[in-house]
Design a binder for this molecule. Structure first.
Ligand SMILES: *Cc1c(COP(=O)(O)O)cnc(C)c1O
Ligand code: SF4
Length: 340
């Protein structure tokens, strides 16, 4: 049934890290592109995405070398909110722990592209504990990176034990792409750790219904059986998933698999990501289209993340009405009167 631990590690070691298994650009381009962020693609995921628009999310493209005004290595101004290496405290009640810089794949649009794949220290557990104890207003920890699920079971369980020992931590969340790109990682050992320490909110970085293969579905089932509450985080990417049909299918499929759609993100302005970014107006139009076709359970929030912090985007849904109440736009865009 479940593959032994060595198998996912072997699969990870077999990830493509140069052009030898991939359609190659010119040698000069190849050198410039690989310098920006190393290539990393699991063979299994490449099987799924090659020849599809998803391939552009992992294959370096010449457009990456065009840095546009307003793009930054640290688009969310995280470094200013990092009191310790690997800990980001930007919102009062919750912190992000960047447990590792390693991932199973390297997404070309990654918000933390400056660090991904680089050797780099993970946070110091004693420092993290000290910081959390000194900040009792923090009640939620989000394990992120990099991808926390590329850590081995032993490392992961020591972080879990640290959080378990702090009664102030009421909500535990993990952000990961591993179940989509390395589903063999979701095996008994990991599920045991999660089920013994839950509930865990596991938010999946998922782009497109094509990613939801039978192996991925099985991995999601194992996570749910381990008591995880699954959610989704979807970067909106030009030419990849910026059409209503893909997004409707994606969110409906996710909901049917027990994954609650959580957020659709405007692509962050990391250097060389302009070819992935959609205009805000398009995001709002897509959200309106989703609102017509999907029930509330399948509807993600549309989020932009400028340096000052996240903004929840809405089509303008309400205006004061002369009678003292409100004119509200319903799901079909029709104006209705709402009395205060
Ligand atoms: C996005 C983010 C969070 C989580 O925000 P939610 O709105 O709860 O999803 C927490 N900390 C940082 C630094 C973030 O960027
Ligand atoms: S999996 Fe997440 S952290 Fe890793 S490269 Fe992709 S977007 Fe970045």
């Amino acid at each position: 049934m479940n593959a032994p631990e060595q198998d996912w590690k072997a699969e990870l070691r077999a990830a493509y890290k140069d052009w030898s298994n991939l359609p190659s650009p010119s040698p000069q381009e190849a050198a410039a592109l690989a310098k920006k962020m190393p290539i990393k693609i699991t063979p299994r995921y490449w099987q799924v995405i090659q020849g599809t628009p998803l391939a552009t999310t992992l294959l370096p493209q010449p457009a990456e070398l065009h840095v546009q005004p307003g793009e930054s290595q640290d688009p969310m101004a995280e470094q200013a909110c990092s009191p310790l290496p690997g800990l980001i405290h930007k919102y009062p009640n919750r912190v992000l722990l960047l447990l590792t810089n390693q991932c199973a794949v390297h997404c070309r649009y990654c918000t933390r592209g400056r660090a991904v794949g680089q050797p780099g220290a993970s946070p110091d557990p004693d420092q993290v504990r000290g910081y959390l104890v000194a900040h009792p207003e923090v009640n939620e920890v989000i394990l992120s990176g990099g991808d926390p699920f590329v850590l081995g079971d032993r490392q992961l369980s020591s972080w879990v034990a640290l959080l378990q020992s702090l009664p102030q931590i009421l909500v535990k969340r993990i952000s990961t792409k591993v179940p989509l790109v390395l589903p063999s990682r979701i095996q008994t050992g990991l599920c045991g750790i999660l089920s013994a320490s839950g509930p865990w909110f596991v938010n999946l970085h998922v782009l497109h219904p094509l990613e939801l293969t039978p192996e991925v579905e099985q991995a999601l089932t194992r996570l749910r059986q381990a008591g995880c509450i699954l959610g989704s985080q979807t970067p909106l990417l030009q030419g990849v998933n910026d059409d209503a049909t893909s997004l409707i299918q994606l969110n409906l499929r996710l909901l049917s698999l027990g994954v609650r759609p959580y957020a659709l993100y405007q692509c962050d302005p990391v250097p060389g990501s302009g070819h992935f970014r959609t205009p805000l107006s398009q995001g709002l139009q897509l959200l309106a289209a989703l609102r017509c076709e999907l029930g509330g359970m399948a509807l993600p929030q549309l989020i932009a993340d400028p340096p000052s912090g996240k903004v929840n985007l809405h089509p303008h849904n309400q205006t004061p009405s002369p009678g003292g109440g409100w004119k509200l736009k319903n799901w079909q865009g029709q104006e209705v009167e709402y009395l205060e």
